[in-house]
Design a protein around this ligand. Sequence first.
Ligand SMILES: [Cu+2]
Length: 267
Amino acid sequence: MSSLALINEFLGQPPNASSHGYQIDHILEFCHWFMGALFLGWSAFFVFVLIRFRRGRHPVADHRGVRSGISTHLEFSVVLIEAVLLLGFAIPLWAKRVNQFPPGKEALLVHVIGQQFNWNFHLPGPDGQFGRRDVSLVSNSNPIGLDSNDPAGKDDIVTLGELHVPVERPVIIELSSKDVIHDFFLPDMRIAADAIPGSLIPMWFTPIKTGTYEVICGQLCGLGHYGMKGTLAVDTPADYQAWLKERAELAGGAQSAPPAPSPTPGG
Ligand SMILES: [Cu+2]
């Protein structure tokens, strides 16, 4: 077992399935080995000090203090390694992940809307345009408040708890919440971000392995938090097209069906 697989096992992390995930894994791995070395080093130093300055040998404390420069050198090396971690790994990774989004044309844009205790996914459909959403239209049958009078929204795909994306294509997520703070967490893709009511939070990843992955809420958001789960299906391009077609047919079927009775305002 490689040391990286060992750390993943130790942290209970699933194998990485995104293009940037190995960078996260490597920094986690490095930090754990570094902290392990610090722990052993400082523990050994502690034991050494207990013995070296025991009462039997130094019955009276003196005021001269430490003469050797060894602790200064040790402290300096720790600061140096931490500076390398921060400047060499953490800041470049952050800059790449947070400031450099893939070009919009290349990526698949998805709206993710959290609510107690579900994830709603909103895709623009074949026309590539999102329909208008209005909070006053939110109901049990219309969980994201999609405006049925907006032509851009006619072919939109709205799913509850299940998101499909094609493999090897960047996915940009625009995250929001209808009620409280949630956290959209895709452990296999090594991304997570808080969904904050009133804010649109962008995040992105590129899935590199097909399969079905878990979507979880990473922020305690109420009594049903434990059940706030969904699935992310990473499909081959052909499977993804088939899924889109299936959803479009479903949406078409729903449109030809008689409209569901809606509560009359003030009634
Ligand atoms: Cu939640």
